[in-house]
Design a protein around this ligand. Structure first.
Ligand SMILES: *Cc1c(COP(=O)(O)O)cnc(C)c1O
Length: 352
């Protein structure tokens, strides 16, 4: 694909980051497996984890590279996507001065990370169908440094129209971050296919959802090598532990997460069909993720009732355009069955 948008990364990065001489970890240059390592002040008597881990996670990245057909130089791994969001903000936004743009309602960490770094947050509400209104967006996008698009979006579950995203990529002057945490549950291509065309594009994915590894904290960013270099320059040298690199590699090589994803997608349909029959359910948004956003007649009461029955869902009713709505993660088949039977019990108590 030919390059449509090229960026001058030097111009976009904060001055202090540009000037920074990064910490050089002892293990950066080592490729000789048999070398005698007297360089990092480790305890030489092995207990399994006595050596510092590979700061660039080369084995894991080369596995991800083959799987996704993306060059290693275009991959960055973080301690969860959350670390990557924070690093991008710190690389490109000057505290007390710059701003980011988010499309609300959306994932809460964009705003939290920005605020921790003293970065202003410009919010543009999604429309009634939770799509981006380009006119409204570009009216507010001027001078913002990073534009966050979450697709499929959390908490609404919908994909943002591809044509709209491409318009943004073509016309926005900063970094466009597309968060694809839920892409494996969607019937849609990843925007990683556009990396060579748009140098301002960063695609985020994670081990926390479809891959079933939320416990290890592993996020992936895919971007132009110039952006990846900046992230490598400012990350903690050993941001991904040896245990986590191993666990992630194992998941990619051996786990049958694809079967789990298929089950979750079938269960999403089953749960939708069951919920829509309940009289307390006013609306369910079509979902391309592993959750449903459901509008109830009495959301607070339903939330509390479920909680008392030991079922925890997420109250999103205070988010823009989400009045009355609870976000329900698709569980195992039995979890989903119990949820439906609890809600039916609530209906019986309520209306009899
Ligand atoms: C769950 C989720 C993530 C994952 O974050 P990690 O730090 O990788 O666990 C990222 N983005 C969105 C929108 C999410 O909902």
């Amino acid at each position: 694909m030919k390059t449509i948008v090229s960026i001058d990364i030097e111009k976009m990065v904060r001055e202090n980051i540009k000037r920074l001489t990064p910490y050089r970890s002892a293990r950066e240059e080592v490729n000789d497996e048999d070398a005698i390592l007297l360089d990092a002040n480790e305890n030489p008597f092995p207990v399994g984890y006595n050596r510092y881990p590979d700061p660039f996670q080369r084995n894991l990245k080369s596995c991800i590279s083959k799987l996704k057909d993306i060059a290693v130089e275009n991959i960055f791994l973080g301690n969860g996507s959350d670390e990557i969001i924070d690093l991008l903000i710190r690389a490109f936004c000057n505290p007390g001065k710059d701003s980011i743009l988010i499309n609300t309602p959306t994932y809460g960490m964009y705003e939290v990370c920005a605020k921790i770094n003293d970065i202003m947050v410009i919010k543009v509400d999604l429309d009634d169908e939770f799509q981006i209104d380009l006119e409204k967006l570009f009216a507010k996008a001027n001078n913002t440094k990073i534009l966050f698009i979450c697709s499929p979006n959390n908490p609404t579950g919908n994909l943002i129209n591809q044509g709209i995203v491409l318009e943004i990529l073509k016309n926005y002057k900063g970094i466009v971050l597309i968060d694809e945490a839920y892409i494996d549950f969607a019937n849609s291509e990843s925007f990683t296919n556009y990396l060579s065309a748009y140098q301002n594009l960063v695609v985020l994915q994670t081990f926390s959802k479809a891959l079933g590894m939320a416990g290890i904290r592993m996020g992936m960013a895919f971007a132009d090598s110039k952006i990846i270099s900046i992230l490598n320059k400012i990350k903690y040298p050993y941001n991904i532990s040896q245990l986590n690199q191993k666990a992630a590699l194992h998941t990619l090589e051996d786990s049958n997460y694809k079967a789990a994803v298929e089950t979750i997608k079938q269960q999403r349909k089953w749960l939708f069909d069951q919920l829509i029959q309940l009289s307390i359910v006013l609306k369910i948004w079509p979902s391309h993720a592993n959750f449903l956003l459901v509008r109830f007649q009495n959301p607070t009461e339903v939330f509390e009732f479920l909680k008392n029955e030991g079922i925890i869902v997420r109250d999103r009713s205070f988010e823009p355009n989400c009045e009355g709505s609870l976000r329900i993660t698709i569980g195992k088949p039995l979890d989903n069955l119990l949820l439906i039977s609890c809600l039916k019990q609530y209906e019986r108590i309520k209306f009899n």
